[in-house]
Design a protein around this ligand. Structure first.
Ligand code: SF4
Length: 243
């Protein structure tokens, strides 16, 4: 029997809740009803994690929407006290100057904030009128008034693809984001896995003319990456997605 300790994981994501204040078209997280552990159990778990993993290891707080958890500041402060570099993945809609200040004081170092296109597309896909402008405003605040780094995470879909080059320009010109990272449409983890999800997913491009448009946007994003725009994905990834 192999009794060696398992190697430490490269990525640690803590899903603190499946609850969310939004109802995005591509996500079923808010439908999931989970019994959430008490905060003391979470804090004990974080202490054990701290005893196992090296200082500086990156931990991502995710969900659902982590900001709906009433103890979210406690998660951040305990993780920071254990020496972790703490990132929060968030839709950004519940961030205010006051809540950001508390999170910074607790030790948060990065936000990953979701934007899935320009105003009309984002607010339609994410089911939140006015969401885009509110998120842009708080990104501007965070990047100009705090030491927390912001990355934007954007899903390329049939609905959002055409907006993406302009979104990159907008974010890199005025708001000093660290990076923008693109994801493709994937099946939500809150529903049973199915290989043919893309046959039914409204955000997956199927019409041949629209597939061509998405492929052309992917080429444009790869070229923008070469020009020095702060796109996180390697240019080769856009090439793979175009196939
Ligand atoms: S994608 Fe994120 S913001 Fe949208 S419903 Fe799911 S958890 Fe909430």
């Amino acid at each position: 029997m192999n009794t060696a300790a398992p190697p430490p994981p490269g990525n640690v994501n803590l899903c603190v809740t499946m609850r969310c204040n939004l109802r995005c078209h591509m996500c079923a997280c808010p439908e999931v009803r989970l019994k959430e552990p008490e905060i003391d159990r979470w804090l004990g778990f974080i202490d054990r994690l701290g005893a196992w993993l090296p200082k500086g290891h990156r931990v991502l707080l995710t969900g659902g929407e982590p900001m709906v958890h009433k103890h979210i500041d406690d998660f951040v402060s305990r993780l920071a006290a254990q020496g972790f570099a703490v990132t929060m993945a968030t839709n950004g809609s519940l961030l205010t100057a006051e809540r950001v200040a508390r999170l910074e004081k607790a030790g948060l170092s990065h936000f990953n904030i979701s934007l899935d296109g320009l105003a009309e597309t984002n607010d339609s896909v994410r089911n939140g009128p006015g969401l885009f402008q509110g998120v842009l405003d708080i990104i501007h605040y965070i990047t100009h008034r705090t030491g927390i780094e912001v990355r934007v995470v954007a899903v390329i879909s049939d609905a959002s693809a055409a907006d993406m080059p302009e979104l990159v320009r907008l974010l890199s010109e005025k708001r000093k984001i660290a990076r923008i990272h693109f994801q493709s449409v994937i099946p939500t983890m809150a529903r049973p896995w199915s290989y043919d999800f893309f046959e039914r997913d409204a955000l997956w491009p199927r019409d041949p003319s629209r597939v061509g448009r998405v492929q052309s946007v992917l080429g444009e994003l790869a070229a923008m990456k070469d020009e020095g725009y702060p796109i996180n994905n390697p240019a080769s990834q856009f090439g793979l997605w175009r196939r």
